[in-house]
Design a binder for this molecule. Structure first.
Ligand code: BGC
Length: 781
């Protein structure tokens, strides 16, 4: 008996050993294949794999790649981006596989950011859905369309945390919160990649911009970033980590510096953190000419930059061609070793293997697929539904909304019948002619029972200097032949004849996104003038906003009857806006970036610290942390968003108020739909720990649930909270929790919550110095 047990144990141990020692079948197949291939490659061909060129339809950076065809034939290109359509991809791929010596297929990359041809809301808008299924669905549809069009690699998700709305690229991420940002990063990677990259409708994700790009000083794009390690770990790194843990195949290094070393030359970032601590297995590509830009950062000449980048852990050089040019001589001079090049080359060949490109270099793209799988009615329907979910109702006095499907609407504003801006700044392959304008959407939804009096009212941008800059950047900024006054007069005449005014105002999409920082976050002055005149007519005014960032809306929030934030809603934006205006969809979006009252409050974000002199509301007390001329609180807080119904929250009920380490806290609230329409509420859970070994945020989002309720219906919403949810990075960068009092907050936004306090005890841990230091992955014990 004893012997049998021992034998069984031995077999068990051996089996476990085998399982551990043996790489999975795909890995061993891949390793054998890549070994064989690399044994036949010259040094120059290996370096060629590290070269990514911009070839084709779009210009997304300052420099263009030259002589691509010849380089592809010589095996000097690992991948290209900005080329799509089955015809173009097949042509170029055929050159690589049929005309280069070893026939290694190319990667075809592209900025498929929020849809390929069916464009979904811009990413900040997508995040405002708080609906992870919808976000994953949008990424899945994007990947399906993009792969049908020949692409295998997307430069998405962009997971940079941003607390500064001056930064135009706040449009491209999920907002200011690391917890929500991490969830979104994870589902987007799944949506693009599925579980199996070799599927013809799966594409490889590229997490960007690693790292901290969203913390550019003063919100000026490409500007310096400087922050403490704890700040990085606690607030900025979690979404990148989540994407890596979700299996993202590639990571893009950012333009900014990290700890005074450009990210692209930062070995701590790209190797120690990313690979050693996080276990990243894919490859690292630079952002557009980021290696070359290291000269401007002050890192030395291009030769030095290439050397620094490779040594830091950059595998692929986007557009800059520094690797192609300098790595051969750097190897010859022993400044870098061939094994470093081998490692980078291997990672890129592995990505191609995982994508199945050695078996099918075209990854299943055909003209037939492109014809039947792109911009389908189903995809457009999904875009319409998801766009409606992304809109945030900021104000709705006296239930102006929803509108009746009868009567007369004055539809005013430069964006009311616009198609060009709806796709946002990262339209990429999106065709604006496919986009549904608001005017068109209103006709579709309300039909002939509603009379629309339309008037442009103002140009999108009247400021000549700004218009000239945007035009120089290639934007279309149409200017009406009429004078501003004539346009306003027409709008006022329409308003006077209407029951309600719907004013569709905002930014040009060219005022948002990359290289589009702003110092003034108001509506353009001429549009504000128009709005003031419309409000002065005394007619109820519904302001429909289209913009890429939180705006300062003090005057608007006081004087407009209703405000609906619709971001840049994508191909189906107009239909979705109409669905919400007429109540066919009850708005449910909640802000994921704080709306300041004034630019002077920036950076403003909900998870700030308390400070030693917090302002407690006594205006006569001088020495508190506050402004003389503006309150501390934002105009619209993180998590805020109204519905056409109202939700009432009961007090928090707890299963216990004193807990031991291994216990789970159940915190519940009764949520009631106290209005007359069915609606969906995103119930948010925030935790705070007022006393800890380091200063903590006043609160941190730690959970959320979406609940749909019929009028009068009540549901119990319960959050399960474990010590895992209490963890944070302490001063030694250990990710752990500390015992003490915790405030549990549950509510419909970060500033309106019910709260309750618990005490969590922790057994003292026996000292084991090696066990504690783990500045690594959240959740992995
Ligand atoms: C942007 C990246 C983008 C790349 C390729 C860069 O300028 O920063 O986000 O993926 O261009 O288009």
């Amino acid at each position: 008996m004893q012997k049998n047990r021992q034998l069984l144990w031995l077999i068990g141990v051996m089996l476990a050993g085998c399982l551990q020692a043996q790489p999975p079948v795909i890995d061993s197949k891949m390793n054998a294949f890549v070994d064989g291939l690399m044994s036949r490659m010259t040094l120059q061909e290996k370096i060629g794999q590290l070269n990514l060129l911009s070839v084709g339809f779009d210009v997304t950076g300052p420099q263009l790649s030259q002589d691509a065809d010849a380089k592809v034939r010589q095996g000097l290109v690992g991948g290209v981006f900005n080329t799509y359509t089955p015809v173009a991809v097949r042509k170029l791929q055929a050159q690589a596989v049929k005309e280069s010596r070893l026939g290694i297929p190319l990667l075809f990359g592209y900025d498929v950011i929020h849809g390929h041809k069916t464009i979904f809301p811009m990413p900040l808008g997508l995040a405002c859905t708080w609906n992870l299924d919808s976000i994953e669905r949008s990424a899945r549809i994007a990947a399906n369309e993009a792969t049908a069009d020949g692409l295998t690699w997307t430069f998405s998700p962009m997971v940079d945390i941003a607390r500064d709305a001056r930064w135009g690229r706040i449009a491209e991420g999920a907002g200011e919160d690391p917890y929500l940002g991490a969830q979104i990063a994870r589902v987007m990677v799944h949506g693009y990649q599925t579980g199996d990259l070799s599927q013809s409708n799966a594409m490889m994700a590229c997490v960007k911009h690693f790292a901290l790009y969203g913390a550019a000083e003063a919100g000026r794009d490409y500007n310096t970033v400087d922050m403490s390690r704890r700040q990085m770990y606690e607030y900025y790194l979690p979404p990148y980590l989540a994407a890596v843990e979700a299996g993202a195949g590639s990571v893009m290094s950012s333009f900014n510096e990290v700890d005074a070393v450009p990210a692209t030359a930062n070995r701590w970032l790209l190797t120690d953190l990313l690979r050693t601590q996080w276990g990243f297995q894919g490859f690292v590509v630079t952002d557009y000419t980021a290696i070359n830009e290291m000269s401007e950062h002050g890192m030395g000449d291009l030769r030095m930059d290439a050397q620094l980048a490779l040594k830091a852990g950059v595998d692929m050089d986007m557009v800059g061609e520094t690797y192609l040019k300098y790595l051969p001589e750097l190897v010859a001079k022993n400044a870098i070793s061939e094994s470093q090049i081998n490692q980078a080359c291997r990672r890129i060949l592995e990505a191609k293997f995982k994508l199945g490109l050695f078996a099918d270099p075209y990854h299943g793209c055909t003209e037939e697929r492109a014809r039947t799988e792109i911009l389908t009615p189903e995809n457009r329907q999904a875009a319409r539904e998801i766009a409606a979910q992304s809109f945030v109702l900021l104000k709705n006095d006296q239930k102006i909304l929803p509108l009746r499907k009868s009567g007369t609407i004055a539809l005013v504003g430069p964006l009311a019948d616009d198609q060009q801006n709806l796709l946002g700044s990262w339209r990429a392959a999106g065709d604006w002619r496919q986009a549904v304008s608001v005017q068109w959407g209103i006709s579709n939804v309300a039909g002939s029972a509603v009379t629309i009096l339309s008037a442009k009212g103002a140009n999108l941008v009247d400021d000549p200097a700004l218009r000239a800059t945007l035009k120089a950047f290639g934007a279309e900024i149409p200017v009406d032949a009429r004078s501003p006054q004539e346009m306003v007069n027409e709008a006022v005449a329409a308003a006077n004849r209407a029951d309600v005014v719907v004013a569709v105002l905002g930014e040009s999409s060219a005022m948002t996104g990359e290289a589009a920082s702003r110092s003034d976050l108001g509506l353009p002055e001429n549009q504000k003038d128009l709005l003031r005149t419309l409000v002065a007519t005394g007619k109820p005014v519904v302001l429909v906003l289209m913009n890429g960032r939180p705006l300062t809306l003090g005057w608007e929030s006081e004087h407009c009857g209703a405000i609906l934030e619709t971001w840049f809603g994508g191909t189906e934006a107009g239909n979705a806006v109409a669905d919400v205006l007429f109540g066919d969809y009850n708005p449910s979006g909640k802000l994921t970036a704080t709306f300041p009252r004034s630019v002077g409050q920036i950076p403003i974000y909900y998870n700030h610290k308390n400070t030693g002199r917090p302002y407690k509301g006594d205006p006569a007390f001088k020495y508190a942390s506050r402004y003389l001329d503006v309150p501390n609180d934002p105009l619209y807080a993180f998590g805020y968003g109204l519905s056409f119904t109202t939700f009432s929250y009961g007090d928090i009920k707890l299963n216990k108020t004193a807990l031991a380490d291994d216990e789970t806290l159940l915190a519940s609230v009764s949520l009631t739909n106290a209005g007359e329409r069915a609606g969906e509420e995103t119930v948010q859970l925030y935790l705070s720990q007022p006393i800890a070994s380091v200063t903590r945020s006043v609160e941190d989002l730690r959970g959320f649930q979406q609940v749909r309720l019929q009028p009068g219906e009540t549901k119990e919403v319960t959050f399960r909270i474990t010590p895992e949810d209490l963890k944070f990075y302490n001063a030694k960068l250990e990710y752990d929790w500390e015992p003490g009092a915790f405030i549990v907050r549950i509510g419909g936004n970060s500033s309106q919550v019910k709260s309750a306090t618990v005490n969590w005890h922790k057994k003292p841990v026996a000292l084991n110095p090696s066990a504690t230091i783990r500045p690594l992955a959240k959740g992995s014990e």
